[in-house]
Design a protein around this ligand. Structure first.
Ligand code: HEM
Ligand SMILES: *[C@@H]1O[C@H](CO)[C@@H](O)[C@H](O)[C@H]1NC(C)=O
Length: 524
């Protein structure tokens, strides 16, 4: 009896085992060997040079070596001609292989679109076969279920739901909050009561941006959102570690110390976001008449969840969507904006004549308390030119990525299924062919007649916020915040580059100053 049971069990288990093992193995071979082989074949047939493929690691070692080599020759002064320092592999490989080449980020094929026309084609493409790349299966769940990851109908619905949160009237109503948060930061600085002190603006501005987005978008204070930001910063570090290693299927399920740490961080973020959302839904139940306070981003999403919005029935948002979007807004809106403001302050400190001109402009535009008013904000022409020039030279998102989910044609190239296209915005922004011989100099004047006339290129080569249907939803929000913060600082302080400042823009998801941006603040 017992032995026949055993025989039956074994007879059933062994084939199941073989089937499971076989399909796992095939998926393995497919991802790590067959797909790269096919991509290589299709690209090489078109005369595109592929760097040597090695199983699992691809060109990760070369990539690391080139970055290390670049770092070993620090920039000696504040050169805006730093692009080959921040993304050395791009320039090195173009030199070696020409404009059309592909390399292997582990097993993943990556192909730079070096022609702005091709980039435009991709950004405006309606093809369902071009999307932002999915995160690596073993990557951190930073922005799942948010605009940056979802597609198709679901993306359109989310975007339509959230768009009203960025309308001019809405932004106007955020000016007092943005000003108040900025004032609190400046008051913290002024307790130091010395005429001149050093401030690392890169570090100081991060919590400010976090505070502003928390209060404007979620009506919650920074104290509550702070933990989320800190955990997200940590997620970015973890993601950096994951990205620099080869992807091995299955390893992500093993409860290693590293993996368990990643899981804990993810879980904590979900819990904290959920708490902010629940607090709001409860408050809504308590005071239903106070709807005026409630049409921020979170309110709009809860409307969509409770089916109260304009658009009924067709689709709605679930709790997972709201959590996803909240995380996305925290992640997409914070570091980008604080980095942009930090680079701009560095540029103004390095170019005192521009600092003085902008200060004069700001003086005429501010109210008695020293903040720009809603009417004067759009009159800050010089500051707007300076911001654009800063976004050109130091684009917070220097490279955008797109993935082909089927073979797709882009310009002259047939991009094979499974290729990640890299859109090197930073390289366009620094290219003398488009901006003239002074491409690498700080010359805000080039934006005197707006951004479309600033370059000599037919296609747009100024893409700090991207372009096309998926362009940055937060652009006006970020620019308004930047204008308020910079105005407030310039009115109170003369800023000077600190002797401690070491110029080292590096590309780690965003374009960061590796050693911060210490500036000397001298009270006026
Ligand atoms: C100077 C600051 C900022 C810069 C340079 C910037 C840049 C960008 C870029 C280049 C994209 C397109 C990414 C891609 O297609 O791969 C993007 C998308 C996005 N950004 Fe921003 N951003 C900034 C601030 C903000 C802020 C303040 C928010 C939110 C309050 C925000 C929210 C988003 C979202 C949600 C998307 C995805 C849009 C969609 O797919 O519909 N960004 N941003
Ligand atoms: C700055 O660039 C934005 C597009 O990113 C544009 O809308 C704006 O008009 C530009 N401002 C100036 C002064 O060039």
């Amino acid at each position: 009896m017992a032995s026949s049971f055993l025989v039956v069990t074994v007879a059933l288990l062994v084939p199941t085992f073989i089937i499971v093992f076989h399909s796992l193995w095939m998926a393995f071979v497919e991802a790590l060997w067959l797909t790269p082989r096919r991509i290589k074949r299709v690209l090489e047939r078109q005369g595109i040079k592929c760097l040597p493929f090695r199983i699992l690691i691809g060109n990760l070692p070369e990539l690391a070596a080139l970055c290390e080599e670049a770092k070993s020759q620090p920039l000696s002064c504040i050169k805006h001609d730093y692009a080959a320092y921040a993304i050395p592999y791009y320039y090195r490989w173009i030199e070696e292989y020409g404009d059309n080449f592909a390399f292997w980020q582990g097993s993943q094929a990556r192909f730079f679109l070096t022609n702005p026309d091709d980039v435009k084609e991709v950004l405006y493409s309606r093809s369902p076969h071009i999307s932002r790349p999915k995160r690596r299966p073993d990557g951190v769940k930073l922005i799942d279920n948010g605009l940056l990851q979802i597609e198709g109908e679901r993306w359109s619905f989310h975007r339509r739901t959230l768009n009203p949160g960025f309308l001019p009237e809405k932004l106007k109503s955020m000016i007092p909050i943005m000003s108040r948060c900025t004032m609190e930061m400046i008051e913290r600085w002024s307790t130091k009561n010395v005429k001149k002190h050093e401030i690392d603006v890169f570090t100081e501005l991060k919590p400010l941006s976090a505070d502003i987005i928390a209060r404007t978008a979620f009506g919650s204070s920074y104290a509550e959102a702070r933990q989320i930001f800190e955990l997200q910063q940590e997620q970015l570090l973890l993601e950096g570690k994951i990205q620099s290693r080869p992807f091995i299927p299955g390893v992500r399920f093993i409860p290693t110390a590293f993996n368990r740490h990643c899981w804990r961080v993810e879980k904590r973020i979900e819990e904290l976001t959920l708490r902010i959302i629940e607090k709001r839904t409860q408050r809504r139940k308590l005071d239903q008449h106070e709807d005026a306070q409630d049409d921020d981003l979170l309110g709009l999403m809860i409307d969509a969840m409770e089916d109260r919005g304009v658009e009924r029935k067709t689709m709605s948002m679930g709790m997972a969507d709201i959590i996803g979007e909240s995380k996305t807004f925290f992640a997409a809106g914070q570091e980008t904006t604080s980095t942009c403001i930090s680079w701009t302050l560095m540029l103004l400190a390095a170019h005192p004549e521009w600092q003085e001109r902008v200060r004069e402009e700001v003086r005429t535009a501010c109210d008695a308390v020293g903040f720009p008013t809603s009417d004067s904000l759009h009159r800050l022409k010089l500051l707007s030119m300076v911001l654009n020039e800063s976004l050109r030279l130091y684009p917070p998102l220097p490279i955008m990525l797109r993935m082909s989910k089927k073979d797709v044609r882009v310009g002259k190239t047939l991009v094979p299924k499974g290729t990640v296209m890299m859109l090197p915005i930073i390289a366009f922004h620094h290219d003398q062919r488009y901006w003239g011989p002074d491409a690498n100099e700080f010359r805000p004047d080039r934006f005197r007649d707006g951004s479309s006339k600033a370059s000599q290129s037919k296609s747009s080569v100024f893409l700090p916020f991207s372009s096309g249907p998926q362009f940055c939803i937060g652009q006006p929000f970020a620019l308004q915040q930047a204008k308020i913060v910079i105005s407030a600082i310039l009115l109170r302080y003369r800023i000077i580059i600190s002797p401690q400042y070491r110029h080292s823009p590096i590309f780690a998801f965003i374009l960061q100053p590796e050693f911060g941006i210490p500036l000397l603040f001298e009270s006026i």
